[in-house]
Design a protein around this ligand. Structure first.
Ligand code: DAH
Length: 337
């Protein structure tokens, strides 16, 4: 008598059962009057005498096994299914808050500055951070012996090929003028590099916004008017502006532009060094040599250009006293903008 095959059959059958009626059928099949268990019991007397006792034990053990499997299944069928009681998603559980990022303060200021010029009709154009010597220096009328060309003032990449990290955004003037004809009105935001030791006011990388306008009849008064719109847009309607004569190789005449100190209003304080004025940018009328270097016809165009340090503008506007704060990625600082 081979009970083990029957037992295996029972175990696979019972696993598949999903309702009480199926379970009842199974109970009948095994425990009913003409069921398998009774058939097994009925076969015992016809076995050889020596086997009857062990066969009886095996049949009894099988009966117990059937009963306990049926009981278990009954319990399982009575138990309410997980899904009907507990939703599989706990909609009451607090969610994981996703921190919303925001633009870096430098990016915000760049957008603000460029936005003011875009509203006056300027286009925004970017240039590469790796430049050649012509665009960074020669084209801009910067003499071969000018100190800014020195390896102490410019990062050279491969000296042989005259490649460098641009030390200002002015080379984009050369790029644009070499490929486009006036009228031009362009602002150029971007990173620039200088081998300075880091301190509260120096960083080997910082940002500038360059601007220039070229056409038949662009005048110094256009520069003044547009810079005034810019300065009042960033620092408020109440500031005053002044132009001081200066020297840049790529502009003639050249100026440095100051605004009245936003802390003391011009009376003199520690921020403005008792002067009442804060320098915000360099500017001037584009030098005729620059037009010559980009291949524009002689005396056909005039134009102005200006360049400013973005970190400096942001530091003045928000009263930040250390440029390194912009680059440390400390959220306690960044979250304030
Ligand atoms: N390129 C100058 C610098 O990095 C800034 C500058 C001054 C740009 C005068 C100009 C300008 O376009 O006209 O310091």
């Amino acid at each position: 008598m081979d009970i083990s095959t029957i037992k295996q059959e029972l175990e696979t059958e019972i696993v598949r059962i999903t309702s009480f009626s199926e379970l009842e059928e199974l109970r009948n099949k095994y425990l009913g009057r003409k069921g398998i268990l009774n058939q097994l019991t009925g076969a015992i007397p016809s076995l050889p005498k020596e086997e009857r006792a062990s066969a009886g034990q095996a049949v009894n053990a099988f009966k117990e096994r059937i009963n306990s499997l049926i009981q278990e299944k009954e319990k399982e069928l009575k138990r309410p299914s997980q899904e009907s009681v507990v939703p599989s998603v706990d909609i009451g559980m607090p969610g994981i808050t996703q921190g919303l990022g925001r633009l870096h303060p430098i990016t915000q200021i760049i957008d603000e500055i460029c936005g003011i010029f875009v509203r006056m009709g300027f286009s925004v154009i970017e240039g590469p951070e790796v430049e050649n010597e012509f665009n960074n220096f020669t084209g801009l009328n910067i003499a071969l012996d000018h100190p800014s060309r020195d390896v102490f003032d410019t990062f050279y990449l491969k000296y042989q090929q005259k490649l460098l990290l641009r030390s200002h955004t002015s080379p984009v003037q050369i790029r644009v003028m070499r490929s486009e004809k006036p009228p031009l009105a362009v602002v150029v935001p971007g990173k620039v590099y200088r081998p300075d030791a880091s301190d509260a006011s120096h960083s080997f990388m910082f940002h500038q916004v360059e601007g220039f306008m070229v056409d038949d009849d662009i005048r110094f008064s256009d520069l003044k008017g547009m810079l005034e719109v810019f300065a009042k847009g960033v620092f408020g309607e109440n500031i005053k502006m002044r132009f001081r004569p200066h020297f840049f190789p790529f502009t003639e005449p050249s100026v440095e532009v100051d605004i009245s100190c936003i802390i003391c209003g011009g009376k003199g304080c520690s921020v403005c060094g008792r002067k009442g004025w804060l320098e915000i940018l360099g500017a001037g009328m584009i030098h005729p040599n620059v037009f010559k270097n980009v291949g524009y016809p002689k005396d056909k165009y005039t134009g102005f250009a200006f360049g400013m340090g973005v970190e400096r503008i942001a530091m003045l506007k928000y009263g930040i006293d250390d440029i390194r704060l912009f680059f440390e990625n400390d959220l306690r600082f960044l979250k304030q903008f």
